[in-house]
Design a binder for this molecule. Structure first.
Ligand code: NAP
Length: 261
């Protein structure tokens, strides 16, 4: 019997839809099993979707590839969802009829010392306490020395999130790129780095080195880790896991984008 879990934003509408989803899926012969799900239904917004991916990653990192995520938005249109809460019937019918496509999205991975973490939107190295110096290497080649608050590396899907607030370019869906954007870089006669966001091929390996990451953190979407004693950080697309999403109704990318502003 196929198993499912439901992760909902803690608000009244999302919680109500969660109970309805559980009841309808059980009625259709699926087993509610939050520990070993084949399907993860996500009810909320893009932020809830990211939370759901991280909670499955935390529980069963090796099994992320076996889970299909399916989202319904209880706000405006999102990038991780194709339905609004008012379209619940269509959302459920599409799933039960199997008339959907599965799209795979890459995860970013950061590695330092013995640690590995993943992100679906972006990985940030930031220091709000002092000026952070970072030597940036692209595929092993020294590119620049950055000074400022930090650097953000995002996926195509994450380009509309934090990256956009930093002045990064939005990357259209279907393009296999990552993007590196500065967070409050210092640019004057003594210090200079690229300043503009740079879009890189999806298989690029970035390395950030610094004489000191004291007081700096690594942000992986909403998760944060201290890196005081770390000397080198490598960021690339994860080769061992990705996120598989059920995509039902076709929604124009530009309609999603328009709903952002
Ligand atoms: P959150 O409250 O879950 O999300 C913050 C906002 O970012 C929400 O409005 C969320 O949309 C939106 N969002 C998330 N992913 C998006 C995407 N790929 N494209 C467009 N909008 C997106 O915040 P959180 O849990 O702290 O962090 C999760 C993510 O939020 C981070 O990965 C980061 O990208 C983003 N964030 C952005 C800023 C900023 O722009 N200054 C600050 C903090 C966090 P929904 O309303 O649909 O959930």
């Amino acid at each position: 019997m196929k198993k499912f879990t439901v992760i909902a934003r803690p608000d009244e509408i999302s919680e109500e839809l969660k109970h309805r989803t559980i009841a309808d899926l059980k009625m259709a012969g699926y087993e509610y099993n939050p520990d070993w799900p084949d399907y993860c239904f996500v009810i909320g917004g893009d932020g809830t979707f990211i939370y759901a991916v991280h909670s499955i990653l935390r529980k069963h990192k090796k099994n992320l590839d076996k889970v299909l995520f399916y989202g319904i938005h209880t706000g405006t249109l999102g990038f991780y969802t194709d339905y609004l809460d008012t379209e619940y019937e269509e959302f459920m019918e599409t799933f039960l009829s199997g008339a959907y496509e599965i799209t795979t999205y890459p995860l970013l991975q950061v590695e330092y010392d013995t640690h590995k973490h993943n992100a679906i939107n972006e990985i940030r190295v930031e220091n709000s306490a002092r000026t952070q110096l970072i030597d940036v290497y692209v595929n092993g080649e020294k590119f620049e020395t950055f000074r400022g608050t930090g650097l953000c590396v995002c996926t195509q899907l994450g380009s509309t999130a934090y990256n956009r607030s930093l002045g990064g370019a939005v990357i259209q869906e279907g393009l296999d790129f990552i993007e590196l954007t500065e967070m409050a870089g210092i640019h004057h006669s003594k210090y200079r780095s690229l300043e503009a966001p740079i879009i890189l091929k999806g298989d690029t390996e970035l390395e950030f080195r610094s004489p000191s990451f004291h007081d700096a953190i690594i942000g992986c979407d909403a998760d944060v880790y201290r890196i005081d004693e770390v000397e080198s950080i490598r960021i690339h697309i994860c080769q061992t896991a990705s996120v598989h999403m059920i995509r039902g109704r076709k929604v124009s990318y530009f309609d999603r984008l328009k709903s952002l502003f």
